[in-house]
Design a protein around this ligand. Structure first.
Ligand code: ACO
Length: 697
C-alpha cells in the first residue's frame, strides 16, 4: 500500500535548486546525503547539474521511469507539474509547496483543482503544505527536515510539519529510532487513515504515532484504526480539543475540528491510545517501542528512597495497575541480602545507602517473581550509589527479561549519564514517577484492548414504516421538533417501555382518562410549540383524584396561554405516574466528522451541573453500551449505595442499543433525548418518561 512513496526505485525533485537557501536544495540534499540508493533526478529549468546529479528541465526529459516526484515549486506552478507527472506516468507525488487551502478561499480553489486533476490522472498525493516523507528502511529522506532519524520501529504521521520537526529533533536527542515520518500537510488526497493502514502493513513499524488536528472521514478512520490497533498500538495526540484550540486548528490547515467528545469516544471505540500532551506522547512512544506489553496489572517498584516510591504508589492508585505484595519466596530471598530496615514488600525500598550491587540483586530476584508483571525502578542520586553502574546493571538484566522494565532516575546532573546509558539501550527513562505510571497504564489498557473478544451487535425489531410516516408528516408541516405524542410514537416503534398516556381535550375528558389509567397520574401540556414544559408551568405530577385533575387542567392550560400565548394547544396529556426509580438521560447528537453519537448520564444535577456524561459513536456494540454506563463518575449510584437496590443496568443497556439503532436507521434525527429514562430496580426494567426528537430533512 502506497509502496511507491516509501520504497521507490527512483525519485525526482521538481524545483531542485543549486541555491542552498532554497527548499528545493534541502530536499535534494537530504535525499542524497542520507544514502538513498535509488535513481535521483533533479528537475530545474536551467541547471545542468545539482549536487553531482544530472538535472533535467522537466519530467518528460528524464530518460527512465520515475516512482515519486517531490514538488517544491511555487503554488501557481504546481498544476503544471501535476500535468507533467500525468504524462510521465508518475503515480506518487509529494507536494511540499504551501499556499493552498490554509491561506483562504482562493488557495482552497486552487487545491480543489489539484484534487480533481490528480484523481483524473490517477495520481496519489501527500500534502500539499507539508514537510515531506522519510523512510529509514529505504534510507529515503524526501523532506526538508534538519536531520535523519535513526532506523527504528516507530512510524510517525503528522498534520503539522512543525510537529514533525520537533519530534525528529527529540528522536535525535534521545536516540529513539523511527521507521517512517509522514508530514500530511493539507491532506488533499492521502489522509491519516491511509497512512495508518500503510504503517499497519509495514513490517518495520511496530508502534504508530500521530499528531492530528482533524480527521477527514470519521467512520473510515475508526474502521481502519480498529483493524490496525489489534496488532500495533496507535498513539495519537489530537489538538484543537478546546473551542479556542479548534479555531486555531481550522485556521492552520483549513480543516474542521470535530467536538472533543466525539474524538474521545471514537478513540476509545477503536483502540487508539490518546496522549494528552506532547510529554505523554514521547513517554508512551518510548515505552511501547522498546518494551513488551505487560502480561497483567501487577507492578513492583524498586526504590532507594521513600518519597518517590510513595508518589509512584499514589499514581498507581489512580491507574489500573496494582501494587501487589511480593511473593513469600521473593520476600525471603530479598531479606537474605537487604538490610533489616529495607522493605521487602511493595514498593521494595532498598533504602538510601543502596549501592548498584543492591539494585542489581534486587532486580534479579524480582524478575523471577512470576506474579509481578512489570518493574519500575526508581533512583535518587545519593552519594552511596553509582547511578551509571545501576543503569548498566539494568541494561544487562533487561536483555533477557520478558516483562517491561522502566526507570525513573530523578534529578539532573547526577543522573544524566545514567539516563543516557538507559536510552541508548532502549530502556525507557522518565523524569518523574507519575509519567512512568501513565505510560505503563496505557500499555496495560492497550493489552486489554487487544485481548477483547469480537464486539457484539444486537438488532431489535422496529416499526420503521410508522417512524417514516411520522417524520413525513412533521416535514410536511415544516416543523423540525416533534411534539411529545409523536416522539412517544417513535419510541414505541422501537419498543421502548413508555408510561401509559393519552391526550385529553377537555377537563371532563381528562378526568375520564385519569380514572382509566389509574391514579396517581401526571399531566402535561400537549403543544408542538412548548419545548420546556416544566419551566412554562406546563407539568403537574402526583395527581391523586378528580378534583386535582380538574385544577391541573385549568392551571396548565392557563399558564401556557399566559406565558406563551402564541403556542398551539392540542390538549393536556394525562400520563401514568411511573413508580420510583433512578433518573437517567439518553441522547443522540450528530458530530460532523463521526456521525451519530449516543450520550448517557444520570439525570438532574449530574448532567446539568457536573456534566457527568459519556459519549460513544453509533452503532454501539453491546460492550460499548456497557462501557459507557460504567464510564460516568456517578455509576456507583446506579449500582446502589447505602443498602439501595441496584438499578436495572441491563435495561439501560437495552435502551442505549435501541437508541443507537434508531440513530443509524434515521439519519434525519439530528438530536434526540430521553429524559428521564426512569430505571427501576434490577429486573424491573426502565420507562422512557419524556422525550424530545428533532429532525432535519
Ligand atoms: N519545474 C522545475 N523547476 C522549477 C519550475 C518547474 N516548473 N518552476 C520553478 N522551478 C525552479 C525555480 O527555477 C527554482 O530554482 P532556482 O533556484 O534554480 O531558480 C526552484 O524551482 C524554486 O522556485 P522558486 O520560484 O525559487 O521558489 P522558492 O524556492 O522561493 O519557493 C516553495 C518554492 C519553497 C515551494 C515555496 O513556494 C513554498 O511553498 N514555501 C513554503 C513551503 C512550506 O512551508 N511547506 C510546509 C512545510 S510544513 C512546516 O510548517 C514546517
Amino acid at each position: 500500500m502506497l509502496q511507491h512513496f516509501f520504497n521507490p526505485s527512483s525519485v525526482a525533485v521538481v524545483g531542485a535548486s543549486q541555491n542552498p537557501a532554497k527548499i528545493g536544495y534541502d530536499i535534494l540534499n537530504n535525499i542524497v546525503r542520507y544514502g538513498y540508493s535509488g535513481d535521483v533526478y533533479p528537475i530545474n529549468p536551467t541547471a545542468k547539474e545539482i549536487l553531482g546529479y544530472q538535472a533535467y528541465p522537466d519530467l518528460a526529459s528524464v530518460p527512465s521511469k520515475i516512482d515519486v516526484a517531490v514538488v517544491a515549486v511555487p503554488a501557481g506552478k504546481v498544476m503544471d507539474v501535476l500535468e507533467q507527472c500525468g504524462k510521465k506516468k508518475v503515480d506518487s507525488v509529494v507536494i511540499i509547496t504551501a499556499g493552498f487551502k490554509e491561506t483562504g478561499p482562493q488557495g482552497a480553489r486552487l487545491e480543489q483543482e489539484l484534487v480533481t486533476r490528480s484523481r483524473e490522472l490517477g495520481i496519489r498525493v501527500v500534502g500539499p503544505n507539508c514537510l515531506g516523507i522519510i523512510d529509514t528502511a529505504s534510507t529515503l529522506n524526501a523532506s526538508f527536515a534538519a536531520g535523519m532519524p535513526l532506523a527504528g520501529h516507530i512510524g510517525f504521521f503528522s498534520q503539522s510539519g512543525a510537529m514533525c520537526v520537533a519530534i525528529l529533533d527529540w528522536a535525535l536527542g534521545e536516540n529513539v529510532g523511527f521507521s517512517r515520518f509522514v508530514s500530511l500537510g493539507n491532506k488533499m488526497d492521502i489522509s491519516e487513515t491511509e497512512i495508518m493502514l500503510s504503517m499497519g502493513q509495514d513490517e518495520n513499524t511496530r508502534v504508530i504515532l500521530g499528531y492530528l488536528e482533524s480527521i477527514e472521514d470519521g467512520p473510515r478512520f475508526m474502521k481502519a484504526a480498529r483493524q490496525v490497533s489489534k496488532t500495533k498500538p496507535i498513539i495519537i495526540i489530537k489538538s484543537g480539543t478546546t473551542s479556542a484550540g479548534a479555531k486555531a486548528a481550522s485556521s492552520h490547515t483549513g480543516a474542521l475540528a470535530g467536538s472533543d467528545h466525539a474524538y474521545r469516544a471514537a478513540f476509545k471505540q477503536s483502540g487508539i491510545i490518546r496522549a494528552e500532551s506532547m510529554r505523554a506522547l514521547f513517554g508512551y512512544a518510548m515505552a511501547f517501542a522498546s518494551q513488551p506489553l505487560p502480561r497483567g496489572p501487577s507492578l513492583a517498584i524498586i526504590t532507594n528512597s521513600g518519597g518517590p516510591g510513595i508518589l509512584a504508589a499514589d499514581a498507581c492508585d489512580r491507574s489500573s495497575l496494582h501494587l501487589v505484595p511480593t511473593k513469600k519466596e521473593t520476600a525471603d530471598r530479598l531479606r537474605e541480602f537487604l538490610p533489616p530496615s529495607a522493605s521487602v514488600y511493595n514498593p521494595i525500598d532498598i533504602i538510601g545507602d543502596a549501592s548498584h550491587e543492591r539494585y542489581q540483586k534486587t532486580l534479579e530476584v524480582v524478575l523471577n517473581d512470576d506474579l509481578i508483571h512489570t518493574i519500575l525502578i526508581l533512583l535518587t542520586p545519593t552519594a552511596a550509589v553509582d547511578a551509571e553502574a545501576v543503569a548498566r546493571g539494568i541494561v544487562s538484566l533487561a536483555k533477557d527479561a520478558d516483562k517491561p522494565i522502566i526507570t525513573v532516575f530523578m534529578g539532573e546532573r547526577g543522573v544524566r549519564g545514567a539516563r543516557k546509558i538507559l536510552q541508548d539501550h532502549a530502556i525507557p527513562s522518565y523524569d518523574y514517577p507519575e509519567d512512568s505510571i501513565t505510560a505503563l497504564d496505557a500499555m496495560l489498557s492497550y493489552r486489554r484492548w487487544r485481548e477483547k473478544p469480537e464486539r457484539q451487535y444486537r438488532h431489535f425489531e422496529a416499526d420503521t414504516r410508522r417512524v417514516r410516516e411520522i417524520f413525513a408528516s412533521v416535514v410536511k408541516q415544516h416543523r423540525h421538533d416533534l411534539i411529545e405524542s409523536e416522539a412517544r410514537e417513535i419510541l414505541k416503534a422501537y419498543r421502548f417501555r413508555l408510561p401509559e398516556s393519552r391526550i385529553a381535550k377537555t377537563t371532563k375528558g381528562a378526568v375520564r382518562t385519569a380514572s382509566e389509567i389509574g391514579y396517581p397520574v401526571v399531566m402535561k401540556i400537549a403543544s408542538p410549540d412548548v419545548l420546556h414544559k416544566s419551566d412554562m408551568g406546563g407539568v403537574r405530577v402526583g395527581i391523586e383524584n378528580e378534583a386535582m385533575v380538574e385544577e391541573a387542567f385549568f392551571d396548565i392550560t392557563s399558564n401556557i396561554q399566559l406565558r406563551q400565548p402564541e403556542a398551539r394547544i392540542l390538549g393536556v396529556m394525562v400520563q401514568e405516574m411511573v413508580p420510583q426509580g433512578k433518573e437517567v438521560i439518553l441522547g443522540i447528537t450528530r458530530d460532523m466528522q463521526f456521525g451519530p453519537m449516543i450520550m448517557f448520564g444520570l439525570g438532574g444535577i449530574y448532567v446539568e451541573v457536573l456534566k457527568d456524561v459519556a459519549f460513544r459513536i453509533a452503532p454501539l456494540s453491546v460492550e460499548s453500551a456497557d462501557a459507557m454506563i460504567r464510564d460516568i463518575r456517578s455509576f456507583p449510584l446506579l449500582r446502589g449505595v447505602r443498602g439501595e437496590p441496584p438499578a436495572d443496568i441491563d435495561a439501560i443497556r437495552d435502551a442505549l442499543l435501541r437508541l443507537s439503532q434508531m440513530a443509524i436507521d434515521f439519519p434525519e434525527i439530528i438530536e434526540a433525548d430521553i429524559n428521564p429514562l426512569l430505571v427501576r430496580p434490577e429486573g424491573l426494567g426502565a420507562v422512557a418518561v419524556d422525550s424530545r426528537i428533532t429532525i432535519q430533512e
